[in-house]
Write a protein that binds this ligand. Structure first.
Ligand code: NAP
Length: 320
């Protein structure tokens, strides 16, 4: 497993997503998944107060227990008029059975946010020692930068961590978000690398949604299949021809972007984790990356002529 360094800690480039803990994974399977992760170098765990109404946090807390010190926990809370962020952090700490969170993230932006109030309260929480570092999830670039501008002006803690979806189909982050994060040394932890399992090999064009998949109760998978089924066939054919597990191909594609610090991967069973974790030993050549990218016509369309389109995405305009 590869690692990145942050404030004296070695953090794995694979982050385990725990959203299925308490739904598709029962407590005993979840514990096996956590143990296997730690035994194989994954020390980074992503959860949220909202996953299975707090149950995912509870299960993760129990599973980590005595191994808390060797792990890095990210959890997230929603901005709410009913409950302060301080109260939310207290509840997450209790469910996770710990007295500190490594990273605390605002889960989603919402209308009429008071950015200064949010950053001030988050700063107080860091000062109290309950949270080490701050971040946000699903923020657009302007709001990420603006929140940090406000924090700097008020001498408050800034967001160091940014979470958003990034995969072969959802590629909007390539425009502005990833290059900006790269130049500011922001920790970018992307989620949904397999598009909720769409790229895992179990879904196929013109075939029904497989039983025992998330597609049976999440209609987004049927929509993806009707929209991107042909691209999926090309992707699966390429994987077969190269003798690469489709999960490894999809993950290697995300990791190819050097602005991505770590990738959150969700699994629904220990068996899936055993296969998925091996992807972290595998990388794509530039030619393979270009070929795989071409299967899904999903880049953000821009009205531009000449070189601007590729220059805008470049991570090398200022050199190393
Ligand atoms: N910040 C946010 O707003 C946000 C939003 C969503 C997710 N997340 C985080 O990101 C994590 C990952 O998201 P996600 O689970 O939606 O997307 P994902 O990682 O793209 O997909 C995971 C799904 O792919 C399938 N899969 C995984 N490994 C497999 C393997 N080896 N073989 C076959 N199938 C495999 C499983 O689906 P089946 O159950 O169908 O087999 C699994 O549940 C979550 O756990 C959560 O921590 C964050």
């Amino acid at each position: 497993m590869d690692f990145f360094n942050f404030e004296g800690k070695k953090i794995s480039k694979m982050c385990l997503g725990t959203m299925m803990f308490g739904s598709r994974c029962d407590e005993s399977e979840s514990k096996k998944i956590v143990d296997y992760s730690l035994d194989n170098g994954v020390n980074f765990f992503d959860v949220a107060e909202s996953y299975n109404k707090g149950l995912s946090e509870e299960i993760l807390g129990k599973a980590l227990a005595s191994k808390r010190k060797q792990s890095i926990i990210v959890t997230k809370g929603h901005i709410s008029d009913k409950e302060s962020l301080t109260e939310k952090v207290e509840k997450s700490l209790k469910r996770l059975k710990t007295d500190y969170l490594d990273f605390y993230l605002i889960h989603w932006p919402k209308k009429n946010m008071n950015v200064e109030k949010i950053m001030r309260e988050l700063d107080n929480i860091v000062q109290s020692g309950k949270v080490r570092f701050l971040g946000c999830s699903n923020y657009p670039l302007w709001l990420f930068l603006y929140s940090n501008e406000v924090a700097i002006a008020e001498s408050l803690q800034t967001f160091k961590f940014w979470q958003f979806p990034y995969n072969l189909i959802e590629r909007g982050a390539e425009v502005e978000m990833l290059p900006s994060a790269y130049i500011h040394d922001t920790i970018v932890v992307t989620y949904r690398p397999l598009v909720m399992g769409f790229l895992s090999g179990k879904y196929e064009f013109d075939l029904p949604i497989p039983k025992d998949s998330r597609g049976t109760d999440d209609e987004r998978l049927a929509e993806l299949l009707s929209k991107y089924g042909k691209g999926l066939s090309k992707f699966l054919d390429f994987a077969k021809q190269k003798n690469i597990h489709p999960v490894h191909l999809a993950l290697a594609w995300v990791r190819y972007n050097k602005a991505v610090t770590s990738t959150i991967v969700g699994v629904s069973s220990l068996k899936q984790l055993e296969a998925t974790i091996k992807s972290f030993n595998f990388s794509l050549s530039e030619e393979e990356y270009q070929t795989v990218t071409s299967f899904f016509d999903t880049e953000v369309k821009e009205e531009s002529l000449g070189k601007f389109k590729s220059l805008r995405r470049s991570l090398d305009l200022l050199g190393e």
